[in-house]
Design a protein around this ligand. Sequence first.
Ligand code: ZN
Length: 450
Amino acid sequence: MTIKFLGANREVTGSCYLLENKQKSKILIDCGFFQGGDKSQARNRQKFNFKVQEIDAVCITHAHLDHIGRLPKLVKDGYHKMIYAIAPTIDLSRLVLEDTVKIAQEEFRHTGEHKIFDEYDVVRVMGLFSAAEYNRLFEPAPGFKVRFRNAGHILGSAFLEIEADNKKYIFSGDLGNPDMPLLLSASAPAPADVLVLESTYGSVVHERGVSRTVELQEAIEQTIKNRGVLMIPAFALERTQEILLAINGLVENKKIPHVPVFLDSPMAISATEIYKRYAKTHFSRKSLQDLLVDRDLFDFEGFKYCDTVEQSKQINHTPSPKVIIAGSGMMEGGRILHHAKRYLSDPRSTLLFVGYQVAGTLGRQLFEKARRVFIHGERIAVHSRIKSIGGLSAHADSIDLVKFAEKTKTSLRKIYLTHGELERARGLRKTLLKSVKAEIDIPKMGEMGE
Ligand SMILES: [Zn+2]
């Protein structure tokens, strides 16, 4: 089997792999958006460098935009066969893709730039989705046996075990942070010949357990003491629910004084509803136990959903201290920008990062302590405190990634590191070489593997 690397190579977005076996069957794994930087939209528009009509099936690891964003373009360019994913991934994909169309419409109004796809293409994508089950081997195309396994990254996320041409392959997708309490942790991978492994946090070790919640508690307490605003740019899927769960715990256990907490993101509100729908089958045992005493793990005293623009504007009229959770997670758009414009220059306020900030995004500039930024063309001086809690990440860290690789190692001969900036991937390669006897490559976009 050959693997063509078509995205998220030496960077963290644009995931896409084309696999071809000896029977000439072709499947695609993920078909994501490139994000961050001026060139990303141009790259999303580019023609696929394979014949779309020749693809026999698509398998999607999870619903993050950088794994599904180019699906509507794929369909627009002529793809009309099945797209396999775990059931909640299908629901979340609809949400993410519809939101992307909405953002593109707004951009069109501002810049006149034509949309890559429209709502009609999204409807057609949704029609091609077929629900896969965890742990069940099936044959999406002749000569490809595929098994979706729980990746513990976001609701419905999967890594894929694939058998083709008498070899076993694992595509990790994005692996979850096993320390996060909400969902079931990742399944253990079976031994494989070839492992394609993400490396987002390839050279980073997250804070563990208690310190993470304590840090969040401290950030909230400091905000209350300063009578400031705590802004948390959060990804609508997973980050938001984990943060709500953590604050819910702090409030229910009376660890923090009363403070208004706003979730200012229609998409995150809808995503939270989808999470609740799949609680029984996807939540961890601990979360299910908590549900016996607390009917809603994402709701607590002082908490308010802000769905409409009017509700969002009302947040301004609520006196500080207050906590605002809003998208987008990397501050590339969304309602967080309105709050950032208002409060970034206030030294009593805090901007708290809880997820990965891709190079080229406003979030990354602020994360790297820029003292002034431009929002909606306006120059904003940054006086608020900038903090981050790595332990709240939805991604495995270098220790988890090495453990994952070690489980596959009995027959492992090759590892390809993808989905990570080059420095992170190199860091992970160095660590892996100590415990795994396999050749380790960090492929460039367009390169072939086997
Ligand atoms: Zn992801």
